[in-house]
Every structure is written in C-alpha cells, then in structure tokens.
Design a binder for this molecule. Sequence first.
Ligand code: ADP
Length: 181
Amino acid sequence: MILVLFGPPGAGKGTQADALKDRLDLLHLSTGDILREEVSKESELGLMAKKFMEAGELVTDELIISMIKNKITTETSGKGFLLDGFPRTISQAHALDAMLKANSLKVDNVVSLEVQDSVLIERLLLRGRSDDNEETIKNRLDVYKNQTLPIKEYYKDLGILVEIKGDDSVEIVSENIFKAL
Ligand code: ADP
C-alpha cells in the first residue's frame, strides 16, 4: 500500500504516521525529517535546504523530488510506504505519479487531516521547533494554502482522497483514519 498523509503544518501528520506505520506495516518517509537530518549532517543538500526551511518556504521541487526518488528506490524495496510532507506542490504530485507508474505502482490512498488555523498555530507554538516561531508559522500556512492545497483537488478528482477531522484526540483520529482505509 502507498499512502499519502496530507494536511497543513501542525495537522498531526507525523504523529499519525507513527501510529499507522506499525498498524499497516508501512515504511514512514517524512521529507521534513529527512531534510532535518541532512541539515544536522551539514550535507550539501542540507546546506541548500536550510535557508528555505528557516524561512518557512518550500525547498525547491528539483531537490525534493530527487531526494524522495532516491529514498523510495533505496529503502522501500517492495514494501508499502507512507509519505508525510510530500507531495507539497502539484509538480511534486505529478513527479510522484510518474515515478510510481514507471514501476507499475500508484498512490492508493490520500488521507487529508482537517484542522482549523487557530488550532494549528496553537499546536505549532507549543511544539517549539526552531522553525515554529510566529512569523515563520504564518508564512508556512500561506505557503500551504497557495502551493499545497491545490493538490487536494487533484487527488479528489482521482477518487482516492479521504478527509478526516484532525482536531480530536490522537487515538480517535488514528482510529478514524484506520476505519476510513
Ligand atoms: P510542517 O509539516 O510542520 O511544515 P515538515 O517537517 O513537514 O513540517 O517540513 C519542514 C520544512 O521542510 C518545510 O517548511 C519546508 O521548508 C521543508 N519541506 C518539507 N517537505 C517539503 C516538500 N515536499 N517540498 C518542499 N519543501 C519541503
């Protein structure tokens, strides 16, 4: 199974991914986690990505697409996987489809976590990661609305999107996702 966890920053994608990967035996691929690891290693990719992440901007499609392609090729080896934080633009969604199609695969389900802005802002401020300050959060929410949200329609048209209310407790959200799948 190939699953995309979709939603704004602070929607709980990482938290839900952790629960789902065990329940469904999927490999969890989080582009945010992979990038943060590259930044801490001070790799070439990390150094290029850092300034975008600190500003709450998207890292370029070119960098992200080659990074995820590499991970999918080297780490999934026939096992199902769960994408968290990718795709985040329409070009990333198209690139994902193309790379899967080349291996006779496709995205099976997209779970969209629905949470209102005021709750997102509250959660992100509490989380307190280095890019979780008020100004960056505002920018990330704008970027989400302008560049990422259009993907939802794309997956809706393909008939593979399920919307899940994301402001219930972790356990309830997790149960609702599981039932919907
Ligand atoms: P959040 O969901 O809270 O925004 P992530 O950990 O998913 O956090 O992402 C952190 C940052 O990493 C983003 O603000 C962005 O700069 C970068 N990033 C992650 N995934 C992508 C992606 N698919 N395309 C472009 N940039 C990305």
